[in-house]
Design a protein around this ligand. Structure first.
Ligand code: SAM
Length: 243
């Protein structure tokens, strides 16, 4: 049946995503710096600036991986706040936990294995959710967005940082060449894993563009939904509120 086919499809994607991140976890941070020429730090800085995190907030860094955003949020929420680094992949969580502990960040961070499609929190219980370079890996993105909306407090906000579509033709060509030729080779050289980096390039190409993602957020209930392009639209930062 159609349903059976979709089930197999879903499981295939989920297990492929799991394999990719188990495989890249140990080299994830260095590959991020190499692949983006360090620019991912600027994209993340902008997401943090737009997240409005304050002392005492309860923040979910979803698909948080090795915890770059969590590290900053941990300082911003202070002793009275809490940051939850949520990720489906225990290898990524472990690398993140080791890194943040080495940085001396311990008191207000929790590490929880979770699936973005069914978040293990009560309704209206989180002030801010960020998902950075995570949503494109999620199988049922609409379910994930609904789940995020459900757990946000009224007045809370969601930030989605993700690869998107550039409308500059020259940049787009250059970027395609980079993603499908250079990137897998770099993955092979540094991490001995070209397949994972080929998947990453594919998943970026398949991800909804700026306006589509904005519409998906609105369908899930988010209001005042806006986005800003960065690096010519290679990356976009979407923001939406729950009222
Ligand atoms: N946010 C980090 C960053 O920006 O460096 C990590 C991003 S990494 C490219 C994507 C992360 O999404 C991986 O750690 C992966 O395990 C996680 N992920 C994939 N599918 C997920 C799901 N359904 N629920 C939660 N996390 C998921």
């Amino acid at each position: 049946t159609d349903f059976g086919y979709k089930t197999v499809d879903r499981e295939a994607k989920a297990s492929m995503v799991a394999d990719v991140f188990h495989s890249v976890a140990a080299k994830y941070d260095i590959m991020n710096d190499l692949m983006s020429f360090g620019i991912h730090r600027l994209w993340k800085r902008q997401a943090i600036a737009c997240a409005g995190v304050r002392k005492g907030h309860r923040v979910l860094d979803l698909a948080g991986g090795t915890g770059d955003l969590t590290a900053k949020f941990s300082q911003l929420v202070g002793d009275t706040g809490q940051v939850i680094l949520g990720d489906i992949n225990d290898s990524m969580l472990k690398v993140g936990r080791d890194k943040l502990r080495d940085l001396g960040l311990v008191s207000n961070i929790e590490y929880v294995q979770m699936n973005a499609e069914a978040l293990p929190f009560p309704d209206n219980s989180v002030d801010v959710i960020t998902i950075a370079f995570g949503l494109r890996n999620v199988t049922d993105k609409d379910a994930a967005l609904r789940s995020m909306y459900r757990i946000l407090k009224p007045g809370g906000r969601l930030l989605v940082l993700e690869f998107s579509k550039t409308d500059n033709e020259a940049l787009s060509k250059l970027y395609d060449f980079y993603s499908f030729n250079i990137l897998p080779n770099m993955g092979k050289l540094v991490a001995n894993d070209s397949e994972s980096y080929r998947y990453l390039a594919e998943s970026i190409r398949m991800h909804p563009d700026q306006e589509t993602l904005k519409g998906m957020m609105e369908n899930a209930g988010f209001e005042q939904t806006t986005y800003q392009n960065m690096t010519g639209g290679i990356v976009a930062l979407h923001r939406g509120f729950k009222y």
